[in-house]
Design a protein around this ligand. Structure first.
Ligand SMILES: C[S@@+](CC[C@H](N)C(=O)[O-])C[C@H]1O[C@@H](n2cnc3c(N)ncnc32)[C@H](O)[C@@H]1O
Length: 245
C-alpha cells in the first residue's frame, strides 16, 4: 500500500478498535476483526522497513539468516521476523529482502506452518533458493504431523510426555485433552488466541522434501537436531530437514 493510502488504514484501525470495545459485538465478528487488527499492525511493521529499502532488498549481506526466530536468537545469525525483537521486521509472505546468491545458511523452526500454503509457503521456499549461494543450505523444522497422526491410535495417558510437552508454557489442559485435540493442535494451533499466529498448514518429512525439491534444491535430507542452534523445546515432536541449493 502506498503511504498516501495510510490515513484510511488508520481510520480502519480505529473503527475496528471501537467495534471490538462494544459489548454487543458478536464473538464471530470480534474474532475476525482481531485478526484484521493484527494484520494491520504487521503491515505497519513491514512497511516501515520497506520504506527504508524501496527496491525490496536491504543493503546488508548477512551470510547466516534466521527466519521467524521470535525471541530465539542464534549467535552470528541475522534475524528476520514480523515482530520485535528481530534485526529486521519483515513479512516473509512478501519475499525475502536479501540479494541474490548472498546467503550461506538459513535456519527456521516452527515458522513455515504459520504462513499460508501454497501461495506464501511456495513463494518463501523459492525466495530461499534465490538468496542462497550455490551450495548454500536451509534448515527447516516444523511440528511433525506424521508423528502426531501415528500416535493417534494409541491410548492417551494424561501424565505422558505428549500432553506435558505439547503445551510448553501455555495452560490449555482444560481444552486439549484428547488424542484428536492433539491432532487439531498440529493443524490449527492457537487459532483463537490473538497473541499467537495460528498454524495454517501441516507438514511431514515427505511434504518438506517435495516442497524444497520442487523449488530447485538439489538435495533434501533429515537434519540432526543441534541444540546449539535450535530451540531446545522444539526437539520433541518436530521434523527437521536440510535442503541444499
Ligand atoms: C511459533 S513462533 C517460533 C519462534 C522460534 N522459531 C521458536 O521456535 O521458538 C513463530 C514465529 O514466526 C514468526 N512469523 C510468523 N509469520 C511470519 C511472517 N509472515 N513473516 C515473518 N515472521 C513470521 C512469528 O512472528 C513468530 O516469531
Amino acid at each position: 500500500m502506498s503511504s498516501s493510502a495510510m490515513p484510511s488504514l488508520d481510520l480502519l484501525s480505529s473503527q475496528i478498535t471501537a467495534v471490538l470495545a462494544d459489548p454487543a459485538t458478536t464473538h464471530g465478528l470480534a474474532r475476525t476483526l482481531r485478526a484484521a487488527a493484527k494484520e494491520i499492525e504487521l503491515h505497519r511493521h513491514h512497511h516501515a522497513s520497506r520504506r527504508a529499502c524501496p527496491n525490496g532488498r536491504i543493503d546488508d549481506k548477512p551470510a547466516k539468516v534466521q527466519i521467524g526466530g521470535g525471541a530465539h536468537r542464534i549467535d552470528g545469525f541475522f534475524n528476520i521476523d514480523l515482530v520485535p525483537p528481530a534485526d529486521l521486521l519483515w513479512d516473509i509472505r512478501q519475499g525475502i529482502p536479501l540479494q541474490d546468491s548472498s546467503v550461506t545458511e538459513i535456519f527456521s523452526e516452527h515458522f513455515l506452518e504459520h504462513i499460508d500454503y501454497p501461495r506464501s509457503a511456495k513463494h518463501y521456499v523459492h525466495e530461499a533458493h534465490r538468496v542462497l549461494e550455490p551450495g548454500g543450505w536451509i534448515i527447516t523444522g516444523v511440528p511433525d504431523a506424521a508423528f502426531v497422526l501415528s500416535n493417534y491410535p494409541k491410548p492417551l495417558d494424561a501424565d505422558d510426555e505428549t500432553l506435558a510437552r505439547w503445551y510448553a508454557k501455555r495452560n490449555c489442559l482444560g481444552d486439549i485433552n484428547t488424542r484428536l485435540d492433539l491432532v487439531n493442535l498440529v493443524f490449527r494451533d492457537q487459532d483463537d488466541d490473538p497473541t499467537y499466529t495460528p498454524h495454517l498448514w501441516a507438514y511431514d518429512y515427505d511434504k518438506l522434501a517435495q516442497l524444497f525439491t520442487e523449488a530447485g534444491f538439489t538435495t533434501v535430507a533429515p537434519w540432526r537436531f543441534d541444540p546449539t542452534m535450535a530451540n531446545q523445546k522444539r526437539h520433541w515432536g518436530s521434523v527437521y530437514v536440510v535442503a541444499t541449493k
